[in-house]
Ligand binder design. Structure first.
Ligand code: ADP
Ligand code: ADP
Length: 223
């Protein structure tokens, strides 16, 4: 059974814009899927609906396995939404704050998440002291610290320079393997989708819909 199942999902905004029409998609455990398509084809809308940020107009979105529980979902946006007044460590700690667990255990989880993204040495730094790529790593650590089963990424590298983007693409694959979660990666970059994912779902606009799917068999050396 897939982790997530979308059937005939429609989204019509209050403005009348038909953002999605009849989206059918099964997303399996531990997959790395790219949603690829031009601007305006409904990629972000699809991601937000999966995240429960807004309601679809028709069709169904289900977690057929053991269902959805809080913490199953991590979200990384293009703009890292970090708290400027909090250290890197505190930013990653934030999602765990409400969990009633021993401090030492929580601290170990924050440390592990920072280690996963290669930022162990920057726990005490503040977001403004970091490069764009490092801030993105903090965002990824914050999304993964809850150990979600599904990580949603919305054009996460679009605002980064080419060299940083390439390095993050490489590192994201290692992070994904260690985290053991499913990733849905939204991008308009054919390069990113082919480089990162074995499965590429291609979308088109007006109305937003899926027009095809590609399987990529290890196009680049991955280790
Ligand atoms: P993408 O992420 O592929 O660029 P979006 O999901 O952002 O596409 O947008 C799909 C369509 O829905 C576009 O025509 C866009 O203008 C429209 N849209 C997105 N968000 C809203 C909104 N909050 N209200 C009205 N229309 C929206
Ligand atoms: P019902 O839940 O009885 O089907 P609703 O009008 O509450 O009727 O919901 C319409 C559709 O939107 C349903 O398919 C429902 O699963 C879905 N839905 C409801 N709430 C959300 C949400 N927060 N995020 C995404 N989809 C939702």
């Amino acid at each position: 059974e897939p982790l997530l199942r979308l059937r005939g999902v429609d989204k019509v905004y209050a403005s009348g814009t038909v953002a999605l029409r009849g989206l059918d998609l099964d997303i399996g455990e531990r997959q790395f899927i790219s949603l690829l398509g031009p601007s305006g084809c409904g990629k972000s809308t699809a991601l937000r609906l999966i995240a429960g940020l807004g309601r679809h107009s028709g069709g169904s979105i289900d977690w057929p396995g053991r269902g959805f529980v809080p913490g199953d979902l991590g979200f990384v946006f293009q703009e890292p939404t970090l708290m400027p007044w909090a250290s890197v460590w505190d930013n990653v700690f934030l999602p765990l704050r409400l969990r009633d667990r021993p401090r030492a255990q929580v601290a170990a989880e924050v440390d592990a998440a920072l280690d996963l993204v290669g930022l162990s040495g920057f726990a005490k730094a503040f977001p403004r002291e970091l490069s764009g790529g490092m801030r993105m790593r903090v965002s990824i650590a914050r999304a993964l610290v809850m150990k979600p089963r599904l990580l949603l990424m919305d054009e996460p590298f679009a605002a980064l320079d080419e060299i940083t983007r390439q390095k993050l693409c490489d590192d994201l694959l290692g992070i994904w393997r260690k985290a053991g979660c499913t990733v849905v990666f939204v991008t308009h970059s054919v390069y990113e989708s082919v480089y990162l994912s074995a499965r590429i779902v291609v979308m088109a606009a007006r109305p937003g819909r899926i027009i095809g799917e590609m399987a990529v068999e290890e196009p680049y050396p991955r280790d």
